[in-house]
Design a protein around this ligand. Structure first.
Ligand SMILES: Cc1ncc(COP(=O)(O)O)c(C=O)c1O
Length: 479
């Protein structure tokens, strides 16, 4: 994200101290179970204030690297024995019509019953998101721009200040985007819908990762399209070789990918593969619809670039929103539509008129206020820590044959269970005991992933979640 109003991460003393200890833990100079020097010792050794040291230690705790023990100090966390990652399904499927909608609505409905442990839908808890600042932004807009509620336009969709902010944010990942290709939408789902409508007709085939985010399958189903599932590695994402093969005969009319912090695998496509995908699809005239909603929530290093950054042909439609990083209720997203802009603009007008002026102005105000880069760092660290804790708890309580994804971003985990476990049966049992998750079958057009499940790690770790995951492990064992 656009970093320039704030010091870089390493300019904060507590960040530097936390990074120094993360390095010692990573290289095992500090081993699991080792005690860290006390706050006072660190403060005098490093000549830092007690509050700076405490902030660094809390950050290491958020990252899942250390734990505070009452009256005893901070210790390097013991990690459960590493588990194997799920394996990519090697087959390139035949294009299939999709039929997930009915089942999915039943599962989502069951997951949303009051009091159910929220391990289903992929949402970060409000406490991890900058909700208070967003609320203030709404109040400011209501006060300063009262005419926004009174006025209206049938054609002027974009808030110009917001578009300027989106362009500035893109500088962080290989931008700038061209302001003239941006269309603000009612969140990412609308952007994805519009893009698919713009470049396909009923009966066409769309290539996508396998497994993939179930709403993509729902949209494909609702538009009467066929899905072609491309083998996808939990570590390096979609197979470029398989994509090359799949797009040879001209039957694939569009490609739909989640390259950064994939849902449900959490993988990030290596930058070189992104470059190859951009070139391949442009050369073959296959439009790419790219869902970058988790791009800002990477765990390590620099923000990964979207494939859009490597596109020189205007062939990529980059879709995203602020659902995962600011508020799921905001419903403001966008598409940077490349050469498909005019078609998308017409479709947008037909299907939803314009995007609400008030939430757009509030988001622009929020982004203008400063602090988003810092807030994102907080959300990212918290998510990484929660994913680490969930991984440890699964490794401890699920059968040893289970394989667990190792996400590089986002906040969901993908678990491959023993072959004889049916995730839909498990789901029925789990919701009856008040535990939600998403069964693996919903991530495939062809009924794959029967023995897989996706868990949301977007909530701060607590006893209730720990015992829910433990209980789920007992159920998987047949209990
Ligand atoms: C990969 C992906 N794309 C899109 C969405 C939906 O985004 P929005 O709420 O902005 O429509 C989600 C939400 O879970 C998602 O995981």
């Amino acid at each position: 994200m656009c970093d320039f109003p704030f010091p870089k991460m390493s300019d904060f003393l507590y960040d530097r101290l936390a990074d120094e200890f993360a390095g010692l833990i990573d290289t095992r100079i500090l081993a699991p179970g080792d005690r860290l020097p006390s706050v006072r010792q660190l403060s005098s050794q490093k000549r830092l204030s007690v509050s700076t040291v405490l902030q660094a230690l809390r950050q290491l705790e958020d990252r899942g690297l250390v734990e505070a023990r009452p009256q005893a100090g901070f210790y390097v966390r013991r990690r459960s024995p590493a588990r194997a990652e799920p394996v990519a399904k090697g087959r390139l499927s035949r294009p299939t019509f999709v039929g997930v909608n009915d089942l999915l609505m039943q599962v989502l409905h069951a997951n949303e019953q009051p009091g159910v442990l929220p391990l289903g839908s992929a949402h970060a808890a409000p406490g991890l998101l900058p909700s208070a600042r967003m609320q203030r932004a709404f109040a400011q807009v209501a006060r300063r721009q009262p005419d926004l509620l009174a006025g209206g336009s049938c054609v002027r969709n974009n808030d110009e200040a917001l578009v300027r902010k989106l362009v500035l944010l893109s500088l962080d990942w290989g931008g700038p985007l061209d302001a003239g290709e941006i269309l603000v939408t009612n969140s990412c789902t609308e952007a994805l819908n519009l893009c698919l409508r713009a470049v396909t007709e009923p009966g066409d085939t769309v290539a996508l990762e396998s497994p993939t985010y179930f709403v993509l399958l729902q949209i494909i189903e609702s538009l009467g399209l066929k899905a072609l599932e491309i083998p996808t590695s939990p570590r390096t994402g979609v197979s470029v070789e398989a994509l090359e093969l799949a797009t040879r005969d001209g039957a694939v009319k569009a490609c739909l990918l989640i390259p950064n912090g994939h849902n449900p695998l959490g993988c990030v496509i290596p930058e070189d593969n992104k470059r190859r995908i951009a070139a391949l699809l442009a050369e073959r005239g296959v439009p790419l619809i790219e869902d970058d909603i988790y791009g800002d929530l990477h765990f390590e290093g620099e923000r990964p670039w979207p494939i859009k950054a490597y596109d020189t042909a205007g062939n990529v439609m980059l879709c995203s929103s602020f659902t995962k990083s600011v508020s799921p209720a905001l419903r403001v997203g966008f598409v940077a539509a490349g050469r498909y802009f005019e078609r998308l603009l017409l479709l947008k007008t037909l299907y939803s008129g314009v995007t609400g002026a008030v939430p757009q102005a509030a988001l622009a105000q929020f982004l203008d206020g400063g602090g988003f880069a810092r807030e994102l760092r907080h959300t990212r660290r918290a998510c990484a820590g929660q994913v680490a804790r969930m991984t440890d708890t699964i490794a401890e309580h699920f059968p040893s044959e289970c394989r667990i994804s190792q996400p590089q971003g986002g906040f969901v985990l993908w678990v491959e269970m023993p072959k004889d476990v049916d995730a839909l049966d498990l789901h029925r049992q789990a919701v009856a005991e008040g535990i939600a998750f998403i069964p693996g079958q919903l991530f495939s057009a062809s009924g794959r992933y029967r023995n897989c499940l996706r868990l949301n790690c977007g909530n701060p770790w607590d006893e209730r979640i720990a015992s829910g995951v433990k209980r789920l492990g007992e159920m998987v064992r047949g209990g």
